[in-house]
Design a protein around this ligand. Structure first.
Ligand code: CA
Length: 226
């Protein structure tokens, strides 16, 4: 999941960046509304974590602007937004929800709760009610980042898990190598090899079976609808 953190408090944003990266998210940070908008206009994001008190204005203005965009473009009006507010900001929380925020957390928040809320938003945005993803005899648990094949646990790296989940969530749609890369690697990711996605797919097939991820030659990869 590619996440944009819009937060001017560096302590909070760098903590979030490292904790979310450990969870297998690609994380970019913007410390002003202007930088956040530039990021949203440049790359597709799966989720935005939005602070309301920003140096160049109220984060709710960014939210309104995002919701006024078309759907399915970059920036995409349908991008889930989770607002991060202070305890005494009840009116601005209400205003943000009414402007189109999907959820909120109150600072200081527990990162475990935040990531659970992020997974819930992700499920909703891809139209999935069940917490686990079932692909034939393969099962994925996004919360535990655990995979099973035929009921037997299979060890996947964080990136391998992210590739399979990205394809599974949009199945049977095809994702190009670039589209998968955008979900996996933020701007801070060092030394991404040009064949990184092929390597992940190769390892996933070795661990979970050749037919788990299909190739559409010259276009990309997909997971069949099950
Ligand atoms: Ca702030």
């Amino acid at each position: 999941m590619r996440v944009l953190v819009v937060e001017d408090d560096e302590g909070i944003s760098s903590g979030l960046r490292s904790q979310l990266r450990q969870q297998g998210c690609a994380v970019d940070v913007a410390d002003t509304m202007a930088r956040a908008w530039a990021a949203l206009a440049a790359e597709p994001f799966d989720l935005v974590l939005l602070d309301l008190g920003l140096p160049d204005g109220d984060g709710s203005a960014l939210l309104s602007r995002l919701r006024a965009q078309p759907s399915g473009t970059v920036p995409d009006a349908a991008t889930p937004v989770l607002v991060m507010t202070a305890r005494d900001e009840v009116p601005s929380r209400i205003a943000a929800l009414d402007l189109g925020a999907d959820d909120y957390v109150v600072k200081p928040f527990d990162v475990g709760e935040l990531t659970a809320r992020m997974r819930a938003l992700r499920r909703r945005s891809v139209g999935r009610a069940q917490p686990r993803v079932v692909l034939g005899d393969v099962e994925l648990d996004p919360a535990a980042r655990q995979a099973w094949r035929g009921g037997v646990a299979v060890e996947l790296s964080a990136r391998e898990f992210a590739v399979l989940l990205a394809l599974a969530e949009v199945r049977p749609r095809v994702l190009s190598r670039l589209q998968i890369e955008e979900r996996l690697y933020d701007w801070g990711a060092a030394g991404v090899e040009s064949n990184a996605i092929e390597v992940h797919v190769h390892r996933l097939r070795r661990k979970l079976g050749d037919d788990i991820i299909r190739t559409l030659r010259g276009v990309g990869y997909f997971v069949a609808a099950t």
